[in-house]
Ligand binder design. Sequence first.
Ligand SMILES: Cc1cn([C@H]2C[C@H](O)[C@@H](COP(=O)(O)OP(=O)(O)OP(=O)(O)O)O2)c(=O)[nH]c1=O
Length: 193
Amino acid sequence: MLNKIVLASASPRRKEILENFNIDFDIIPAKVEEVIHEGEEARQIAMALAFEKALKVMEHCEADDIVIAADTVVYKNEILGKPVSYEDAYRMLSLLNNDIHVVITGIAVAQKSTNIKIVDFESTKVKLKNLEPVRIKKYIESGEVWDKAGSYAIQGKGALLIDWIKGDYFNVVGLPISKLEDILRRHFGIELM
Ligand SMILES: Cc1cn([C@H]2C[C@H](O)[C@@H](COP(=O)(O)OP(=O)(O)OP(=O)(O)O)O2)c(=O)[nH]c1=O
């Protein structure tokens, strides 16, 4: 019998990405408080939060279920999560403006019955164009910044802010699908092709 796959995420983007591949899955959102500790590295935070989400959801699953979770952060001198206000979004986008930053997604895959617990990360470099303050304001007013790490969505109107990217595009959107397949193939014999 095939193991059930559970995506531990409320993010519509993660669901949409995974739906494009050869895999049936259920969704159980993970409710974890995203606390960032002083001095922690971005990749450490992204991996720890992804791992926490996977473990939380695993409690509600059958022992054979394979649970997948992810967490995305944006990093430039500091770790940027989701904006909490207009000012916060403006500050983040001004920090990222006309420069290179990295988007890091932690990915965790876990199964209770085998005690397999894998945690890894993917990193993508993104360069933003030189944006006039009025363009940044207009973008925030578009309304898509709110549930996005770093206050932009590359898959939305945020595409207009981007100069170039180096690495996996899907990693920026929130799910490093190629890295995920590496993990699923290697540890569970599951192919997404
Ligand atoms: C940089 C960037 C982030 N994002 C999103 C991906 C993530 O959904 C979000 C970062 O928040 P996360 O905390 O990683 O995820 P989430 O709260 O949306 O969902 P869950 O914890 O239930 O899995 O930012 C984009 O959609 N596009 C982008 O270009």
